[in-house]
Ligand binder design. Structure first.
Ligand SMILES: [Zn+2]
Length: 140
């Protein structure tokens, strides 16, 4: 894994602006969806099998997270909780770099071994999360 610090040039994608915007619009839309009482998303896998899928509990995790009940959010879905923490960290970083016009941080995987390690880590995280959810299937 390699970290680089660089300035965004003309014609280059401003990832911080793009993904901060996507994140804020998504959170606003999801909040509005729940605030006006539209139905919560239903899981087809859970309805067919009675078992949670790897993302089951995502909505309840997010609701608990944004109400500041972090332990409850973690219990609903550890992977989504971790992703929400990552998104919050990225949003904070993006806001600071955009407002201060600071150089940008870029992460790249330069070797094949590093790329493989990243892929295996992500797949393992999904698998461990699903094992956790299946062991708590009565909650769903
Ligand atoms: Zn599900």
């Amino acid at each position: 894994m390699r970290l680089r610090i660089l300035r965004v040039g003309k014609g280059q994608i401003d990832h911080e602006l793009l993904w901060l915007s996507v994140s804020l619009v998504s959170f606003a839309l999801a909040g509005a969806w729940l605030a006006i009482g539209l139905p919560w998303p239903r899981c087809v896998f859970h309805e067919l099998t009675g078992l949670p899928c790897v993302t089951c509990g995502m909505t309840r995790c997010a609701v608990q997270f944004f109400h500041g009940h972090f332990l409850a959010a973690l219990k609903w879905n550890p992977l989504i909780f971790t992703a929400l923490c990552g998104v919050m960290a990225f949003d904070l970083y993006a806001f600071v770099t955009l407002t201060t016009r600071a150089p940008r941080l870029r992460i790249s995987f330069s070797t094949r071994r590093a790329k493989t390690f990243a892929r295996v880590s992500i797949i393992s995280a999904f698998a461990l999360n699903w094992i956790y959810l299946l062991s708590h299937w009565r909650n769903f």
